[in-house]
Design a protein around this ligand. Structure first.
Ligand code: ADP
Ligand code: G3P
Length: 488
């Protein structure tokens, strides 16, 4: 009998479940989008009940193709929920990673000189992106929350933790170290919650989950849910899961995922170097007792800019259409888009900025704008590879890409040209889900080890550098000038 692994990929805009066979081939996929809530400019929320309901539905749908031996969970990171331990009900909407409501509080902490100590312990930079300031906001602003938390009646969790709690019928309150590493409350070197950070953010420790490695038997599903108890045997934040799904297991290997945002991770092995170029240091994985860290560049808007072109401005009807439009557009349009819709992440970290368009003339067309939007994601990625190089890392031989935007061949070629580095796209497009399935597979012995999976990794397309230096320098110089103007 074939052994199946079910991966749950709970992303920013949709919940997905993919059933893989023991050769890591997808057998069935189910996906559901859920509503985004923008209660005020710069605020982004999800109803955790929507997340739960959509996740449960897609899991059941994917399971119609076969009975999984184990489940792996991967999730949008940093997004945080607080719920009542007795009723399991969230006390407020989840505050999403893109949410900027705590920008002022983070600026105050920075002014008070906390950034360096926080970076040394957590590998993170002071920004509303991470969970800690969001938890504080919930405790301070939801009526009665702080009092209830003081009595030990509430639980906090990133989305993996919330799903694990619900799937186990409220029996397990746990996370994995890659998700813990994004809260800004976790010391990534000593691998524990940090008392000093909890004090800075005024968060009681009783709220927090237990932290485990990525390959671990986290719990079993409530038998009433799927007719039997299924082990939940792997968990990781989605960008770390993509690093695993892209088989980037050697130090120096890099993957870049283009979903809602873009997240580039370089495996740095067992060392956790602290960046001097405003990148993050983050737990990459702990698989069967072997752990690695990564340097990360986080860009908040990638595919979300394409979604904006489609849904708000109406320049395209589908995201896929941007490929043909960009290919047909002229190269010397002179337009630069700075997609700082929710501020800028690495390497600038400016939560206060908003998006802008530079170089518009009466001659500018819709196609120019579409092309310039795609270009901006490649330019931002170049800023990340430059920061990685400035941190003393060796330029990788190739960068492995994935996520919705990676399907766009025009974008993949432009990216290789701008990065001056070949870009490889894997045969399996669902690398994030694959990473979660691999973790569950290794824990349960269905996959022997990461070496076995690595050997199966295949690229289906490679984009080599074609652009001349002069053209690339021209693009990069226009981009730097526009960024300088925007930062000012
Ligand atoms: N062919 C395409 N060209 C450009 N962008 C695309 C294309 N297909 C999808 N996208 C973008 O990719 C994103 C979806 O990617 P996905 O990896 O599913 O995101 P997430 O996991 O963050 O929800 C959307 O924002 C969409 O606009
Ligand atoms: O939902 P995604 O795939 O855009 O990923 C979100 C990231 O995990 C945020 O850090």
């Amino acid at each position: 009998m074939s052994k199946y692994l079910l991966a749950v990929d709970q992303g920013t805009t949709s919940s997905r479940a993919i059933l893989f066979d023991s050769d890591a081939k997808p057998v069935a996929t189910a996906q559901e989008e859920f509503p985004q809530h923008y209660p005020q400019p710069g605020w982004v929320e999800h109803d955790a009940e929507d997340i739960w309901a959509s996740t449960l539905r897609v899991m059941k749908q994917a399971m119609q193709a076969g009975d999984p031996s184990a489940i792996g969970i991967t999730n949008q990171r940093e997004t945080i929920v607080i719920w009542d331990r007795a009723s399991g009900k969230p006390i407020h909407n989840a505050i999403v990673w893109q949410d900027r409501r705590t920008a002022e509080f983070c600026a105050r902490l920075k002014a008070d000189g906390h950034e360096r100590a926080i970076q040394q312990k957590t590998g993170l930079l002071l920004d509303p992106y991470f969970s800690a300031s969001k938890v504080k906001w919930l405790l301070d602003n939801v009526s009665g929350a702080r009092e209830q938390a003081g009595k030990g009646k509430l639980a906090v969790g990133t989305i993996d933790t919330f799903l694990l709690w619900r799937l186990t019928g409220g029996r397990v309150h746990a996370t994995d170290w890659t998700n813990a590493g994004r809260t800004m409350l976790y010391d990534i070197h000593r691998r524990c919650w940090d008392a000093e950070l909890l004090k800075i953010f005024d968060i009681p420790e009783s709220l927090l989950p237990e932290v485990y490695p990525n390959t671990y038997l986290f719990g079993e599903t409530d038998p009433a849910m799927f007719g039997r108890a299924i082990p939940i045997a792997g968990m990781a934040g989605d960008q770390q899961a993509a690093l695993i799904g892209q088989a980037c297991f050697e130090p120096g290997m890099v993957k870049s995922t283009y979903g809602t945002g873009c997240f580039m991770l370089m495996n740095t092995g067992p060392d956790a170097p602290i960046s001097t170029n405003r990148l993050l240091t983050t737990p990459a994985y702990d698989i069967s007792g072997e752990h690695a860290y990564a340097l990360e560049g986080s860009i908040f808007v990638a595919g979300a800019a394409v979604k904006w072109l489609r849904d708000k401005i109406g320049l395209v009807e589908t995201a896929g259409e941007t490929e043909a439009v960009a290919r047909a557009a002229r190269e010397d349009h002179g337009v630069v888009v700075i997609p700082a819709f929710v501020g800028l992440g690495a390497p600038h970290w400016r939560p206060d900025l908003r998006a802008s368009i530079h170089g518009l003339t009466l001659d500018t067309t819709a196609a120019d704008l579409v092309r310039a939007t795609l270009e901006s994601i490649a330019f931002q990625t170049r800023d990340l590879t430059d920061a990685m190089a400035a941190d003393g890392t060796t330029r990788p031989a190739a960068i492995r890409i994935d996520g919705g935007m990676a399907k766009n061949n025009w974008f993949a070629q432009f990216l290789a040209d701008i990065l001056e580095t070949p870009v490889e796209r894997p045969a399996s497009h669902e690398t994030t889900a694959l990473g979660a399935a691999v973790l569950a597979g290794i824990t349960t012995g269905i996959i022997a080890d990461k070496g076995e999976f690595s050997q199966k990794w295949r690229s289906d397309a490679r984009f080599d550098v074609e652009m001349t230096r002069t053209r690339r320098d021209g693009f990069l110089s226009d981009w730097s000038k526009a960024i300088e103007r925007a930062l000012r």
